[in-house]
Write a protein that binds this ligand. Structure first.
Ligand code: NAG
Ligand code: NAG
Ligand code: NAG
Ligand code: NAG
Ligand code: NAG
Ligand code: NAG
Ligand code: NAG
Length: 690
């Protein structure tokens, strides 16, 4: 009790400390800075309000990825990024005036005396496979005078070796090349292929680059030495420290600076790019147990990283145009629901896509890349690091259906290929494709985390969703027998689901879960639709009638005898939960469950909402943001829909949290409960696909 009181007091103080800058649409718990892959995934922890120069950026899990920005304006020194301090050198923090985030960008404006510095972090969201697979992000720094006069301006930025490893005692090598492009490349001296330490990848290289030209200088060396050089002098020395050492030994940093000369009210800008590239990227199990090393798709277009970086730097104006168009489309679509919803969606997009990587293989004979062999991989960030976890892909699936359904197909494909190969022994769909990213090595012992009804239903629903969205039946045709095998399991186990886990595994096992039965029965009906698309009318009719018959029985089993709601588990009349699995019935227009169920649930949720939303079920006061939004997409009253949405937006903006969008939080306290940066937030786009 004492610690709870203490926390309450602490939070009361934090909530009062509102940031002094304007935030559009609001101040989120953490701001995406460079978020494109599980390893290029850097954020600014925010809480009630950290300016860009109050805190160090961190990898999603919280370890510092040192990233520093300084400026000199008429000889005065200012910091604008990171939390560096240097003994014996004075500088002022530029004052953050505004912060804006969109689906693809985080934009900060800071004033440094008579000059405004606008820092735009752009993590592209592309539909072109080459561009979407490039593991790089942009930071554009633009300066302009605000007092009508012109001012002498130099800017500086560096990164530390912390971008390269989860353990700071690992030895680092580095090189700097300065041709048309200045690039610092950081490698581990003893890389460990496929391995992570603290969710950092322990091989590959980190690249920090900018276009070379007038006023551009660079330097590598001990943090205080390099930063002092700039702060005293306004330029760097174009020199390289070649005493290779551990990341934390006299902290080497990798800096690039630009002298703009005199800047008036017309903005002058300088572009940095940061990337984290490893090759091969994913280890993948083939038929017969052999493994394949797969590479990111962009290699089909570029033969070297030098070429890639040069392309990426020169493509910024295109990237910005594409990003602005996408931002506007997402905002317009989401605003049709509400501004609160638009903010939730904008914050979800980079996070969700940043868990994934698009890969190809080498041609089996001869050289070259096989761009007919595309597989998309997802890391189950934060909860356990599995590869292509089915019940994480499933909540995320709306983002793919909205942005680019092909990505959904390529995400399902590795699981389907693996299970059709016969190496997975269970009759139901497996939970994931490997216990730790970036290894997709299967579960030939069948000992994956068992969620039999959950994952079988998920696979069937996702496979049909893709085919429906694209009218491409090739995947369901290739795997029809496997999909039918899972359907047989659902026919046996979904009406009366055995004691088992659902996706909400933190709640433990439970028999006869009402919501899980919805999933299983919907899966059977999806197989009916699949057979219909493939022309087997007999199976379509049979499975349609099995599903309809199960719904009739389920209506009887699932209703509370004492209160107007579905139960959490059959026969437990006082229990209830979010029946979010009804979303597929709505989204796929199956009309499987009667409208009375939707109406009754809608009315019930209204009576049980807490300040920060409706609890997931009667076992706890916690909830899941993905299931809140899915439920908001199936209720039959827009005021209840908006209740869910606004409660989630209020959770995000309450100042109590400082990690990347957590999908698990308490509906009373509004505090998150451990999960962060997970791709499931792609499910927040559910209202855009119904
Ligand atoms: C930094 O500021 C302090 C306090 O204003 C001052 O005493 C010190 O001399 C300054 N140091 C430098 C290197 O300018
Ligand atoms: C800045 O550094 C350069 C190279 O180290 C040096 O030539 C120059 O004199 C310095 N300028 C000032 C103002 O310190
Ligand atoms: C490319 O991949 C496809 C799909 O996996 C495969 O069928 C084909 O044989 C591959 N081609 C080559 C040349 O390896
Ligand atoms: C599950 O529900 C069925 C049908 O009501 C019942 O027969 C069975 O005993 C229940 N199982 C458990 C473990 O409660
Ligand atoms: C319908 O499907 C079930 C489950 O696969 C099967 O047992 C039954 O024989 C089928 N009925 C018909 C008429 O094909
Ligand atoms: C459920 O089924 C039982 C047995 O058939 C029946 O007695 C009962 O009235 C049904 N309940 C509802 C709510 O339909
Ligand atoms: C009914 O559900 C509640 C919470 O959902 C749980 O605490 C209780 O133990 C359950 N009762 C039975 C008999 O299972």
């Amino acid at each position: 009790m004492r610690s709870q009181l203490f926390c309450a007091a602490l939070y009361a103080v934090q909530v009062l400390a509102d940031p002094s800058w304007t935030s559009t649409p609001f101040n989120p718990p953490s701001v995406p800075l460079a978020v494109r892959t599980p390893y290029l995934n850097t954020w600014l922890p925010q809480g009630t309000g950290n300016a860009l120069n109050d805190e160090w950026p961190t990898l999603w899990q919280g370890s510092v990825t040192g990233w520093t920005g300084f400026a000199k304006v008429d000889g005065q020194s200012y910091s604008w990024l990171g939390a560096a301090s240097i003994d014996g050198v004075n500088f002022t923090k530029a004052t953050q005036k505004s912060f804006t985030f969109t689906a693809t960008q985080s934009i900060f404006v800071l004033s440094a005396g008579p000059v405004d510095i606008t820092v735009t972090f752009l993590s592209p969201v592309e539909t072109d496979f080459v561009k979407l697979s490039i593991p790089f992000s942009y930071m554009d720094v633009s300066v302009a005078s605000t007092d009508g006069a012109s001012h002498s301006v130099q800017i500086y930025s560096d990164i530390s070796g912390e971008w390269s490893s989860g353990a700071l005692e690992w030895d680092l090598d580095w090189t700097t090349t300065a041709t048309n492009v200045v690039t610092h490349q950081l490698n581990l001296a003893n890389p460990a292929q496929w391995e992570e330490v603290s969710d950092h990848i322990q091989y590959g290289a980190v690249y920090y680059s900018a276009l070379n030209g007038k006023g551009v200088t660079y330097q590598t060396g001990r943090d205080a030495i390099v930063r002092t050089q700039f702060l005293n002098n306004g330029t760097l020395t174009n020199t390289k420290d070649t005493f290779f050492r551990a990341i934390s030994y006299s902290w080497p940093v990798f800096a690039i600076s630009k002298d703009f000369g005199n800047v008036g009210k017309t903005p002058a800008s300088f572009l940095y790019t940061i990337g984290n590239v490893r090759d091969p990227a994913v280890k993948y199990i083939l038929t017969g147990g052999a493994t394949q090393s797969r590479s990111l798709y962009f290699w089909s277009k570029f033969s070297s990283i030098t070429q890639l970086i040069s392309f990426f730097l020169n493509d910024y104006s295109n990237a910005l145009k594409t990003a602005n168009a996408l931002d506007q489309k997402v905002e317009a679509d989401a605003n049709k629901i509400s501004p609160d919803y638009a903010g939730i969606v904008a914050l979800s997009i980079r996070q969700s896509l940043g868990a994934n990587e698009l890969t190809i293989s080498k041609n089996t004979h001869g050289g070259g890349w096989n761009t007919s062999d595309v597989l998309y991989f997802m890391k189950e960030i934060s909860s356990d690091g599995n590869t292509n976890t089915v019940d994480v892909m499933f909540p995320a699936f709306p983002i793919f259906l909205y942005l680019l359904p092909e990505l959904g197909q390529y995400l399902l494909e590795p699981l389907l290929q693996y299970q059709v190969s016969g190496q997975y022994p269970n009759q139901w769909a497996c939970h994931d494709l490997g216990p730790h990213y970036p290894k997709a090595t299967g579960h030939n012992d069948g000992q994956d985390e068992a969620m039999p009804v959950e994952e079988s239903g998920n696979m069937l629903i996702m496979a049909l969703s893709y085919a429906r969205a694209t009218k491409d039946n090739s995947q369901i045709r290739r795997y029809a027998n496997l999909l039918d095998q899972w359907t047989q399991f659902l026919i046996e186990d979904s009406l009366i689901p055995a004691n088992q886990l659902s996706t909400d595994d933190f709640a433990g096992q439970l028999a006869n879960q009402t919501n899980l039965a919805i999933k299983g029965i919907t899966g059977i009906r999806c197989m009916a639709e699949i057979w219909g698309l493939l022309g087997d009318k007999a199976k379509q009719t049979n499975y349609t009638s099995i599903a309809a018959n199960y719904v009739q029985q389920w209506l009887n089993l699932s209703a509370s005898a004492t209160e107007p709601h579905l139960t959490l588990a059959y026969g437990n009349d006082s229990s209830w939960g979010l029946a979010y699995n009804l979303f597929a019935d709505v989204h796929l227009k199956l009309n499987l469950f009667p409208k009375s169920v939707y109406d009754e649930q809608t009315a019930w949720y209204k009576t049980v909402a807490n300040q920060y939303g409706v609890p997931l079920d009667t076992r706890h006061t916690l909830t899941k943001s993905d299931w809140e939004i899915w439920t908001s997409a199936i209720v039959t009253d827009t005021s209840v829909r908006d209740l869910f949405i606004t409660a989630l937006k209020n959770t995000l903006s309450n100042g109590l949290n400082n990690v990347p969008f957590s999908d698990l939080y308490d509906t009373i306290s509004g505090e998150n409960l451990g999960f962060k940066a997970r791709p499931v937030v792609g499910g927040h786009l559910a209202l855009l696909i119904v």
